[in-house]
Write a protein that binds this ligand. Sequence first.
Ligand code: SAM
Length: 262
Amino acid sequence: MNKKVEMNEWNPEQYLQFKSERTQPAIDLVSRINIAQPQSIIDIGCGPGNSTQILVNRWPNSEVVGLDNSTTMIEKARQDYPEQKWIVGNAENIDPDSKYDLIFSNATLQWIPHHEILLPKLFDCINPGGAIAVQIPKFRNMPISVAIETVANSPNWINYTKGCEELFTFGDMDFYYGILNKLATGVELWETSYFHILNSQESVIDFIRTTGLKPYLDRLPSDEMRYGFEQEVLTECKKYYKVQSNGKVLFPFDRLFFIGYK
Ligand SMILES: C[S@@+](CC[C@H](N)C(=O)[O-])C[C@H]1O[C@@H](n2cnc3c(N)ncnc32)[C@H](O)[C@@H]1O
């Protein structure tokens, strides 16, 4: 749980190819937050603003701000939702004097190390009666991660991709409960496996190109090598993600959720 992520810029258009699959966990998480009327909300790692809209839809009268350290993601959010407030910034450097009724984060904290430091820091920024609500993909536990690692650790690639697997941070439920129970007046934890129905095995690669595959591709020096790496990962993926009788491919995606109330 220790490494810093050094990555190239995000590609919001590619990311939004699977907008509904990526946003559903935000919808599910928002629906379980038991606060009637938070006045101030921050969406940490808001990306292109898709998760932020779920917050705005539920609490249209609240002040909602999206924060992300990617300029391309924030530019896309500003372009699509110009009336809303967007900030380029690193969640690790959140201003300790800024206070929110709700700190929300969908599919972002896996890119930030040291959750044992980050979560108490974020919790300090919550007003009494408020909450933190988080969803994190359990990426390293999934077959897709095994497929990527099998290729990344092979002789052709290991010199480029060494250490990439440590760039994803998430703990188990004991870890998060251990942090939250010391801080929160109430805690909820759950997991969901989303069975995405994709058009082909190639779509699995399309789905993770901008997320789980990104740190590996960012390390490779040419388009040709990136293509070669993807093709080898695709071959591995075919062992795990079978084509259904109608040609579709089921892509199970495991995500953990927690809410801590202050
Ligand atoms: C997978 S996207 C999630 C986007 C959106 N929240 C959603 O639900 O689809 C992860 C986002 O986290 C952002 N991110 C990663 N590390 C960050 C950090 N330290 N501070 C702020 N944002 C960060 C990335 O730039 C990216 O936009």
